[in-house]
Design a protein around this ligand. Structure first.
Ligand code: HEC
Length: 121
């Protein structure tokens, strides 16, 4: 192999390795938010929330609530803690009343569930 070939291959390998490392880092950084499932809908009903609002709540949770910090872990706080945190953070995220109650329904139903947390899409 000529010297130029060696250099070219070295650069290619370096790029592949860098890309793999980056992908790995991104996967590790992903926060988990349980999918909306039958179990989650049942939890929402039990808690007195509208199960139809869960999908919207999850969507807002993983987008609007991840602007200033990583998406929080739903199982990371008790229901009482969430009840204190959510009004404050909904204000920060500038959610309207309907969006706030959708996020509340999602977070509180999700934290009650034992659903494994799949990675975010
Ligand atoms: C405008 C920026 C901003 C947005 C948007 C935002 N947060 Fe926060 N969040 C913060 C900051 C700053 C802190 C840390 C300081 C504090 O607790 O006030 C924080 C802290 C938190 C904590 C940890 C609280 C604690 O007491 O340990 C949770 C949980 C949280 N946010 C959830 C959310 C949720 C849910 C949303 C969406 C409804 C959201 N955040 C949207 C800025 C934001």
């Amino acid at each position: 192999m000529s010297r130029r070939h060696v250099i070219r291959w070295t650069i290619r390998c370096a790029i592949v390795i860098a890309a793999a490392l980056l992908l790995h880092a991104c996967a590790a950084m992903q926060v988990r938010a349980p999918d909306v499932s039958i179990e989650l809908e049942n939890q929402a009903r039990t808690l007195g929330f509208d199960p139809a609002s869960l999908s919207q709540g999850r969507e807002i949770f993983i987008t609007r609530c991840a602007r200033c910090h990583a998406t929080p872990e739903v199982h990371g706080y008790s229901t009482e803690q969430w009840q204190r945190i959510l009004p404050r953070m909904s204000q920060r995220a500038r959610l309207d009343a309907a969006q706030e109650s959708a996020v509340r329904a999602y977070v509180l139903a999700a934290r009650q569930s034992n659903a494994p947390d799949p990675p975010l899409p």
